[in-house]
Every structure is written in structure tokens, then in C-alpha cells.
Design a protein around this ligand. Sequence first.
Ligand code: HEM
Length: 424
Amino acid sequence: MHGEEEATTVEVDPLTTAFPEVPILVCGEHVRAGDDSGGVASCKPGPCTTVCRMSVSPAAAAAPSTLPPVAADLDDVVVLGVPFWGWQIALAAAGVIVLLLLARTIWTPSPRSLRAWALGNIVVNAGIAVTGAVVRVTSSGLGCSEWPRCTPESFVPTNTGHTAFNAAVEFGNRTLTFLVLVVGVITLLAVLRSVPRRRDLTLMAAIIPGGVLGQGVVGGITVWTDLHPASVATHFLLSMVMVFVTIALYVRLQEPQGKPEVSVTPMLHVTSVALVVIGFLLLIAGTMTTGTGPHGGDASAPRWDLPLENVTRVHSVLAWLCLIGALAATVMAHRTGARRSVRLAATALLVLTVVQGTLGYVQYAFALPEYLVVLHVLGSGLTWIAISRLYFSTTRLVPDGEKLIDDPVARTEEHAPAEPAPER
Ligand code: HEM
């Protein structure tokens, strides 16, 4: 990364509105390729005194800026007389109102509406992990530098000391949390309203909003530790645990109350369990790669002092193990005539692992461009969904006193006969 061309060091005042185009920006000890936002992003709220050092080629330093001036604060962005953050709050409030209107179904929950809410939880919990990645790669992690307030003085982004863009991205992600929470609470109420009320479903549905509140705490710690990679990683991994629970809820809603019994060959079930373990280790290794790499969420964010190449290698070895497991599961699912849901989940996992792995190598080869990193996080959410779906489809709930019928006709059905949750 370091210059083939001779580099010179210039001091840049972050409050000046434009920077020369630079190939390398050095903030503290961290070196970022092509990062043009770090000068501003490293400022703390309040009077901004931080000065970043930029190593630039003499030609680049002399060249006129090609970057547009940045707005000093989100307050400067006013649309129709309302600050931009006001529009963000209004949008989130509108989303909550729409959800509450849709939620009238919770007073008379049907199996269909329950499943729809469970699916909604999968989407919003995986989705917020992706928007979190957008916060990271745009260096917006400290666009609001406090929690639960945005700045020491205000709940909304005024005088953040960061660019309007950074503050809008971080504040937008915070407002999305309310939507995730509302979907979780509505689902819990719907499960509580269904008759008969099932303890297993109630427990899963209760974990979901509880997890969102837990994410609020982890999010706060993340901000207070200036985006420490351990905290950022925990934030992401907790989202993946939530996705696992939401999928359990979605799958078990379609089955009668009972005990889980293995509904595929023992080998296929063991492979699905191994995939959950490998998959989660793969996610952990991914977050370690991120914690070592350049996308910390802010130019001043602490980084793990590990060799990026080696961490990435560990991460990719786990991806290869995942690929082998997915291939084995797909072959077994098709050869042993497993139910359609099992075959679909295994095949989807195989395809997603290939795509995601390819994306991983491509983003590494191209020095981690932001948009590819966001796609990679989206892909990791989808891969994890497929792993979880495969795992839960290898067992079925069987009511007490009944036996799992290995009916070849039922095997071809997406769902074996399940006791539908009665309508009220
Ligand atoms: C199924 C396969 C894979 C999955 C599920 C996966 C998942 C992940 C996850 C969860 C992260 C962390 C995201 C975050 O903290 O926000 C990550 C980061 C990363 N992955 Fe993968 N990954 C896979 C394959 C690969 C492969 C084969 C490579 C090849 C080198 C790779 C390279 C990377 C790199 C370089 C990062 C750091 C990106 C950054 O700076 O944020 N991944 N991956």
C-alpha cells in the first residue's frame, strides 16, 4: 500500500471544507487506503481540534480538490424548513404507525399472520446488521458520539462535530432500532394472544425484543469505547444470535407443540449441527478480520494489532470448511430423499456459500472497497439464515405420545401435518 511514489506529509485542518485527493491517510497509527473522510471523522464533538496527517504524493497535494465541500453539521441540512434529522424521526415514526396498523392482526392471530410476523423479525434483524455495516464502512460510527443521547447536550444530531453525512447515517441507524423493537414486541403479543398459548413459542418470542434491548446496551458500550472492535463484533454477533432465534420461531410455528425429534438421517443431522458451529466460528473470524482491517467505523477507532493476512486466512479456511459441510449436506439431503424443506435449505446454503466465498476473495483482492464489504455482510446474514434453516429443518416437533411418521408422501411436502394455531 505504501507509496511507490514519494510521499510527503501535510497537516490538514479537519474543519476546512475540502481535502486534497489523497491515496493514503494516516490517522494515529492506522493507515487507510483512499479514505477521504478520516480528517473530519476523527474529530470529537465540540470544538474540533484534531489534525490528521495525510501522506500524499506531491502531485496530489498540489492538485486542486475534487471533493465537494462537506456540510459541517446535520443542522445545516434543512429540507422544507425541517432539519434532516427531523425527517429521519418522522420516517421512523411513520414506520411504527404502519406496523401498528398492520398489528391489528395480533388480536386475532392466525397461523399465517404469526408466520408473517416471524418472517418480519428475520428480515429486520438481519437487515439492521447490514445497515450497521453501512455505518462502519462510511466511517459514521461516531456520527453520534454518545448514547442514548446523540451528543452530550442533545438526543438529536446537533453540533456533532462530524459531517452531516456521518451524523445522518449513524442517527438513521439508531432510529431503525425502534422499528426492529416494535416488530419484536408485536410478534410477542401475537404469540401471547394465540390459543392455546405455547410456552416454547412464547419463550422464543420473548427473547427477540429482549435481544433488541440488549443490542441497545451493546450499542451504547460500542459508542462509549470509541468503537472498540470487540464491542463492534459483539454487536454483529448478537444480531446473528437473534436471527437464529427468529428462524427457530418461524420454523416451530409451523409444527405442533412437542419435543424435537430428528427427522433426517443421523449423519445429515450431525452435519447440520457441525455447520451451525463452523458457521458461527466463521462469523466470529469475520468480525476479527473486520476488527483488524481498515473499516473501523471511525478514523480514530481502535484496531486489533493482528496481521490482517493471517486473520483473513483463518477466516477463509473456516469458509472452506463451511463449503465442504454444505456440499455434504446437499448430497445427503438429495440422496436420502429428505423433505423438500431440507433439500431446499441445503442447496440454498451451498449456493450462498459459493457466492459469499467468491465475494470474500474479490473484496480482499480489491483492498476492501466499501460497497463490496456491505454486500459481504449481507451475504453473511443470508448464509447464516440458510445454516439456521437447515439445522431447524432436520428436526421436527412431535407431540407427546406420538411418533414421528416417516411418511414418504409427507417428505415431499414443505410442511408435514402440523397442528395449525387456531384462529380466535
Ligand atoms: C461463507 C463464507 C463467508 C462468510 C459467512 C463470511 C462472513 C464474514 C463476516 C460476518 C464478516 C464480518 C462483518 C462485520 O464485522 O461487519 C466478514 C468479514 C470479512 N471477510 Fe468474510 N465471510 C465468508 C467468506 C470469506 C472469504 C472466503 C474471504 C476471503 C478472503 C473473506 C474475507 C473477508 C474480509 C477481508 C473481511 C473483512 C471486511 C472488512 O474490512 O470489514 N470472507 N466475513
